[in-house]
Design a protein around this ligand. Sequence first.
Ligand SMILES: [Cu+2]
Length: 181
Amino acid sequence: MRTGTFIAVAAVATLGAVGAVVANFVVGGRLFEETVVKDPYEAGLRYQKLREPERKRAPGVDCDIDRGPCEKQGPGDLRLALEIGPRPVKAMVDLQFTVRAWRGGRPLAGQAGEISLQMPGMYMGENRVKLAAQADGSLQGKGLLVRCPTGRRVWAAEVALPGGDPAAAPLKDTFTFELAE
Ligand SMILES: [Cu+2]
């Protein structure tokens, strides 16, 4: 190789290397800017909003049980919340059902309750979870959801809590949710 050619090749190689380093800085800088998040909470909300349209909800589902407790506004100033764990909620797994109730914003001190589990439009046998009062004011019980032979995963949990006095009608509300699998 002649010296002139070598210098030219070396110069091009060096420029190329410098160029790559500069490009790296620019790309690195952009990536860094995109990774930095001003408010992680707000970013989380944005993430959820972005994700929401992707979630396929079966008809009739009114409770996204895998995101935490579902709340319902009952008649009057009654509020009922249902939580099922572990999440994601799956069939053929021991589940813990937790119910909380409030009237006028104050926790209702219930002694017992019951959840009746059914698949909308399909008889799956009797499946009831007995709820017992816990020290933290909630009602809890254990249960299991069977795997449906048709592959459907939508269940309706009808929560029933005894009314204030023995003559009163029970407080009832239904939460319809879809199992993760
Ligand atoms: Cu079924």
